[in-house]
Design a protein around this ligand. Sequence first.
Ligand SMILES: NC(=O)c1ccc[n+]([C@@H]2O[C@H](COP(=O)([O-])OP(=O)(O)OC[C@H]3O[C@@H](n4cnc5c(N)ncnc54)[C@H](O)[C@@H]3O)[C@@H](O)[C@H]2O)c1
Length: 379
Amino acid sequence: MIGYAFMGRAHSHAWRTAPRFFDLPMAPEMAVLVGRSAAAAAAAADQLGWREVETDWRRVLERDDVDLVDICTPGDSHAEIAEAALEAGKHVLVEKPMANTVAQAETMVAAAVEARRRGVRSMVGFTYRRVPAIQLARQLIADGRIGEVRQVRAQYLQDWLADAEAPLSWRLDKDKAGSGALGDIGAHIVDLTQFLTGQRFAGVSGMLETFVTERPVAESFSGLHGTGGSERGPVTVDDAALFTARLTSGAPAVLEATRYAWGRKNAMRIEISGTSGSLAFDFEEMNVLQFFDGTEEARTGGFRRILVTEPDHPYTGHWWPAGHGLGYEHGFTHQVVDLVEALAADQDPAPSFEDGLHVQRVLDAVERSNAETHRWVQI
Ligand SMILES: NC(=O)c1ccc[n+]([C@@H]2O[C@H](COP(=O)([O-])OP(=O)(O)OC[C@H]3O[C@@H](n4cnc5c(N)ncnc54)[C@H](O)[C@@H]3O)[C@@H](O)[C@H]2O)c1
């Protein structure tokens, strides 16, 4: 695993936990943690449960005891590491967004296609697909329980940049992150829209906004929060991204990603209306799926609050008795389970690099539309 901060901790927890709660067909061994500072990486490896440490990711590609490389670094290094790992015959799990540009995503897909011929697999970490309520929503849509999809409205709302004095981090640097709220959290709702509906985006019209153009340089930073000093630096990405879109069926969609929504901490919401019903989800209540069945009599109709913790709901039977709830980290554990099962079955895990590329094309189209007075951009 490369990188050991926010995602590195979440992934480590998942690698450790998956074989203990699920019957995996192969036993993952947490062989090597890569970090650029030997001392800090050693401390992290000790805490997170990794056997050894390397300070250059290229070294792990030379090792015979490494079968898979898990990339938990910022987007500017994804393409280089993923392509080299695939070339070296290592399976790859790479965090989202898969890359910082469409061009990088395209070369990553080419590397993945070539590697696949040698039985070497790749996957992108769109973790929210693995939330049980999201999996249930997908099943209900596929079963026709809301009829044909008519409209999608999706939001990803956070507020950690609403304070104008919140410090700079790599997420506010276009060279490192590719884009701001758009790629960081907008990518998730783009992927979820496609995952839930089984469709692609066909075109978009977008608007990007940067409310705070200069912030204190961080003196310390962890997760999404830090402390700034007296020096200031420029913000080179968007704080908010809004766009309208059409899916391949022609269904309209409205998406909003912002890190400027005071009070919303991780409100990833998606609501899909079909010809005979609706589904709604909000990550701030992640164990719940709302389902409105329009075929029921109006007198007693209403949104049904499904607590997605029953033993026969997706993944949940491996955890706790009904009603005891799952959290953020469980999505990462389910990601490991699905990945290991695919590898053992010699199948391609999902989402694929092709899925990652399509998300990248949507992000790029939003940026181009914004730059050209919100014109419609075909994807
Ligand atoms: N799936 C999700 O829900 C989710 C959530 C948060 C972040 N992410 C993604 O995960 C990735 C990492 O984000 P994060 O929040 O963990 O960032 P972070 O800043 O918390 O951690 C990044 C880590 O990468 C290391 N690093 C950077 N460049 C490196 C290099 N060249 N070699 C070795 N290590 C290097 C840093 O030292 C740090 O340990 C990003 O792509 C981000 O978009 C995904």
